[in-house]
Design a protein around this ligand. Structure first.
Ligand code: HEC
Ligand code: HEC
Length: 247
């Protein structure tokens, strides 16, 4: 009760999803780009053909795949890879608006684009802290991406990319979307606030504002031992999850 009262009292704005344009001009501009660059694989109106249908995919997925240059693919048989984006941010926003309009028309749109809020240094406020992000990253992500975020290798030969090139928005999107074979994390597993804290932590791994304060290498042997334990647990969890999925 007391904690709840304090949270309400210090209440900073919780991390929210960004609004997507519903303006007819933007939607129409997006439709033209979509028909020219996506419909050959995803079908007219997003119903799918050589590529998956996009009718419940949501703004986060469209923005992630376009802003990391994974889409448009050159051929439906290729694996999506990060590239220089094909479209500029305004064009991406138009395509997001068009596919969002399709999604809304067809039912429940998938996850929106999270407006990542900067982490707070104040441990007692309800604003996420970098250390919270650090812990959540170690528990949920480090088993694949490495505690340093440098990436690694999965079974079946999948390469796990470094998370160090991604923007805060892209990190938050990846968490919600789960670009295959990465699992997605829904709001039941990680709240918007927690996703925001992870995104800010990961972004700070490679864009450190205070070079002395962050990064596991700065904390000496005790936390590294702790990371070892967490990493071991993570691998077990991952193996359990993979067995669960395949079984
Ligand atoms: C040459 C074929 C091709 C073109 C062109 C193409 N895509 Fe794709 N797209 C695919 C395939 C295949 C996948 C599935 C990839 C996978 O999961 O391995 C995919 C996946 C996606 C996903 C993720 C879907 C999901 O369920 O997670 C999104 C979003 C997407 N494409 C958007 C687009 C947009 C927007 C365009 C146009 C700018 C586009 N794609 C152009 C073939 C294509
Ligand atoms: C089971 C292993 C696994 C777990 C767990 C995992 N990821 Fe991933 N992640 C991947 C793989 C594999 C890719 C590449 C997918 C692709 O390129 O389509 C990826 C891609 C990403 C990307 C995109 C990088 C870029 O620049 O293209 C980000 C960001 C990311 N993950 C962050 C996270 C975060 C944060 C977590 C924890 C909440 C997490 N991942 C958990 C395997 C994993």
């Amino acid at each position: 009760m007391v904690v709840f009262a304090v949270l309400v009292w210090t209440g900073s704005a919780p991390a929210q999803t960004k609004p997507v344009s519903t303006g007819p001009v933007d939607i129409q501009a997006g439709q033209i780009l979509y028909n020219g660059h996506c419909a050959s694989c995803h079908g007219i109106g997003g119903v799918g053909s050589k590529g998956p249908e996009l009718l419940n995919v949501g703004p986060a997925a469209v923005d992630f795949f376009l802003s990391t240059g994974r889409m448009p693919l050159a051929s439906p048989n290729l694996e999506p890879q990060p590239h220089t984006p094909y479209f500029n941010p305004a064009q991406i926003a138009d395509i997001v608006a068009y596919i969002n309009a399709l999604d809304v028309e067809h039912g429940t749109p998938g996850p929106g684009i999270l407006d990542v809020t900067p982490a707070c240094s104040n441990q007692t406020s309800d604003c996420p802290t970098l250390s919270e992000g650090d812990q959540l990253f170690l528990l949920n992500c480090a088993q694949c991406h490495d505690a340093s975020g440098a990436g690694g290798m999965l079974s079946h030969g999948y390469v796990v990319p470094s998370v160090r090139q991604a923007t805060e928005t892209q990190i938050a999107e990846a968490i919600r979307v789960g670009p295959r074979p990465m699992p997605n994390f829904g709001p039941g597993q990680l709240t918007n606030q927690q996703v925001s804290a992870i995104a800010d932590y990961v972004y700070n791994l490679s864009h450190t504002k205070d070079p002395g304060g962050l990064g596991i290498a700065n904390f000496g042997p005790v936390p590294e031992g702790f990371v070892g334990v967490i990493f071991g647990l993570g691998v077990l969890l991952l193996v359990a999850r993979l067995i669960g999925n395949r079984g």
